[in-house]
Write a protein that binds this ligand. Structure first.
Ligand code: S3P
Length: 437
């Protein structure tokens, strides 16, 4: 895909549904009694992987493109898959489903693409094993394929016991895997995380009738507990627009001269909205309109106008609230006056690609002065940025962040393997074209 310098962006944008919330709505709907009707579901490849896995386990899921209807069979209604569950590129599918599958009375195998099968799974395998789960890495390398309940005698239920797990990383995928296994465990399952990671699992499980509590400690750590429950019950879910997808158009509106974009229906859950804090710290002109809440998730329309940005420091508890937006923030920093320091973000190394490497390599191809560090990067912004060739390494967020860079850079920018945006934002390039008039 070739991107040219843009003169000004205008228009209203409907952001596709939130990826994290879309995954969860299908998973919890499948485990609930009755139907779950999902509006504004993200029809991206990752969420379609989740649908595929539950269909393979006997759940009827209608996909009319406008709505998803999940015909749940209750907490104990899944049936044994007849083949390997294909999780594609999706870490969320893999890690959350692992918690569910650990509690099922059948064996299953999870496997995905080359990127997924090289991502760390010990972070969920170890605590699940502490609960008594039978989950192993097929090639004993800490990665998928994962074998779950391979040693379980036919017809026997696994025995899981609630634990109190102190997670070193604030990871919603780790937390969610344990809470979902906790639905099938004896006693209470508790996760303490260094700060509250995205809390969509907690909010939605409670809507479906589970008992999940959250306590914030004075040091900022969060303690989340779940008690086993008899059943979950189907629920109507309206998925808000994904702030991680909105991030590209927020940045585009700020960076391209003479721009004004109205980005509608963006989820602004505080555990996700770190990018808005960073934008404010960098001097961005963003107005929040029409703030409202649905299914416990706050949303707003965002009016974004061209702004002159300046550098900032991004660190500590803020990181987990913007972890997926860092490639885009790094690009914004390249166009901002002064230095931006990103630290405490070593988790970037274990995303779809090592995003410290792929982001800094991409920035260097555009002539940006950037230094990768062990846990982030330092960007010396405000110098001329020129077009170049960007290898996305099939990472959707790298492809989109650098497409936006291309709008504000001098000359042509080419994004290699740009179709990988399908993972989270299939219409990304069409929307980009539309706002250029
Ligand atoms: C997600 C959690 C985050 C995020 C990922 C989606 C989720 O991962 O990066 O894109 O839906 O729970 P971690 O839990 O590894 O931080």
């Amino acid at each position: 895909m070739e991107i040219q310098t843009a003169k000004g962006l205008r228009g209203e944008i409907q952001i596709p549904g939130d990826k994290s919330i879309s995954h969860r709505s299908v998973m919890f709907g499948a485990l609930a009694k009755g139907t779950t009707e999902i509006t504004h579901f993200l029809q991206g490849a990752d969420c379609l992987s989740t649908i595929g896995c539950f269909r393979e386990m006997g759940i009827e899921i209608e996909n009319t493109n406008k709505k998803i209807i999940v015909h749940g069979k209750g907490l104990h209604g899944l049936s044994a898959p007849s083949k390997i569950l294909d999780v594609g590129n999706s870490g969320t599918t893999t890690r959350l489903i692992s918690g569910i599958l650990s509690g099922q009375p059948f064996a299953s195998t999870l496997s995905g693409d080359a990127s997924l099968n090289s991502r760390p799974m010990n972070r969920i395998m170890e605590p699940l094993q502490m609960m008594g789960a039978d989950i192993q890495s097929k090639f004993i390398n800490g990665c998928a394929p994962l074998l779950i309940n391979a040693n379980l005698p036919v017809g026997k239920k696994p025995t899981l016991t609630g634990i109190h797990y102190h997670s070193k990383v604030a990871s919603a995928q780790v937390k969610s895997a344990l809470l979902l296994a906790g639905l099938y465990a004896e006693g209470v399952t508790t996760v303490t995380e260094p700060n509250l990671s995205r809390n969509h699992t907690e909010l939605m499980l409670n809507e479906f009738g589970a008992q999940v509590t959250t306590k914030m400690n004075p040091d900022g750590s969060a303690v989340i507990s779940i008690s086993p429950c008899e059943e979950l019950y189907g629920h109507a879910i309206v998925v808000p627009g994904d702030i991680s997808s909105a991030a590209y158009f927020i940045a585009a509106g700020l960076l391209v001269p003479n721009s004004e974009l109205l980005i509608q229906n963006v989820g602004i859950n505080p555990t996700r909205a770190g990018i808005l804090k960073v934008c404010e710290a960098m001097g961005a002109n963003i107005t929040y309109l029409n703030q409202r809440t649905g299914n416990g998730e706050p949303t707003a329309d965002l009016l974004v106008k061209t702004s002159s940005l300046h550098g900032t420091t991004i660190e500590g508890a803020l990181i987990s609230t913007l972890i997926d937006e860092i490639p885009m923030i790094a690009v914004m920093a390249a166009f901002a006056e002064g230095t931006t320091i990103i630290k405490d973000a070593a988790e970037l190394k274990v995303k779809e690609t090592d995003r410290i490497w792929t982001t800094t390599e991409g920035l260097k191809s555009l002539g940006v002065d950037v230094t990768p560090t062990e846990d982030g990067m330092i960007i010396y912004g405000g110098k001329p940025v020129h077009g170049g060739v960007i290898n996305s390494y099939l990472d959707h967020r790298i492809a989109m962040a650098f497409a936006i860079a291309g709008l504000a850079a001098e000359g042509t920018t080419t994004i290699l393997d740009s179709q990988c945006v399908d993972v989270s934002y299939p219409d990304f390039f069409q929307t980009l074209e539309k706002i250029q008039g």
